[in-house]
Design a protein around this ligand. Sequence first.
Ligand SMILES: Cc1cc2nc3c(=O)[nH]c(=O)nc-3n(C[C@H](O)[C@H](O)[C@H](O)COP(=O)(O)OP(=O)(O)OC[C@H]3O[C@@H](n4cnc5c(N)ncnc54)[C@H](O)[C@@H]3O)c2cc1C
Length: 297
Amino acid sequence: MRHDAIVIGGSFAGLSAATYIARARRSVCVVDTGLPRNRFAEHSHGFFGQDGAAPHAMLATARSQLAQYPTVTFVDGIAMSAAKDGDGFSVTLATGEKLTGARLVLAFGISDELPEVPGLAERWGQSVLHCPYCHGYEVSGQRLGVLYITSKSIMQSMLIAEWGPTTLYLDGIAEPEPSVLAELAKRGVAIERAPVKALHGSGSRLASVELVDGRMCEIDALYIGPRTRLNSAIAEQLGCELEDGPLGPIVRVDAERMTTVPGVFAAGDVTRGAHTVTWAAADGVTAGLAVHRSLVF
Ligand SMILES: Cc1cc2nc3c(=O)[nH]c(=O)nc-3n(C[C@H](O)[C@H](O)[C@H](O)COP(=O)(O)OP(=O)(O)OC[C@H]3O[C@@H](n4cnc5c(N)ncnc54)[C@H](O)[C@@H]3O)c2cc1C
């Protein structure tokens, strides 16, 4: 069966797109591996009407509501590749099965490349955080830190200082310019210059940053701005243009969320430099409407 649309990635962006396609009475197949980017966090903050809800519960509700529409099918599996196929597209799954559709929506998200500091990965989304707007309120006023990864970490530390006393861990990089040091001092950001050896604490909590010189710095939450990568090579396989996002490649789209390949749309984190569930869902709505209109006109 040829679907009107195939959505690759069934999370906040993909399920939103599929909902609008289904509400337009078109057939849509959602392919998903069930690994949303915020699965490491117990709570999702800031989404209208769902502040503090569990990410998996939000997605389970959205998926069960979408499943009520008779034109929707779900495939729990990995989309391995996609290609132009006549006037539509084919998607090949890891099982070898092939799906065909008139339109594609790429909503497969991105992954964070965490620095290899012992004790960091197991605290990601709990006490090692990426976004103060998502999780900063809960740790405000506590001992905060920012680990230097790129030059953007300096700006990040100035921002985090809005939420509490902040230390920038330079992790052994070259000394910043005097003007930068002056700006950090003006905002009350303390600096630790020594390389970071490990993070310590009980369970997912953070208690201290161990430096290579043996000192232990007390801390409650550490922010990082990790580099990111697209979860799939499918955009490149299709010939969609990519562009540089602030921390990794993203798929170039127009205002209707269409990529540079006609008939291929993209939504959510794969298309933007700043990421929230709200923006991902909104992108999905835009892409879903655009898919439908492109099928009509
Ligand atoms: C630790 C952490 C906490 C966060 N907390 C918040 C918060 O509190 N509030 C907030 O607004 N935002 C938060 N975010 C950001 C939020 O997670 C993202 O903006 C949002 O998940 C993006 O939605 P998406 O649908 O674009 O991608 P994702 O949610 O990442 O979903 C992508 C989907 O595609 C699937 N997929 C990937 N590859 C394939 C493939 N080849 N075939 C089939 N399926 C595939 C994945 O399994 C996944 O289900 C957080 C991010 C992180 C890292």
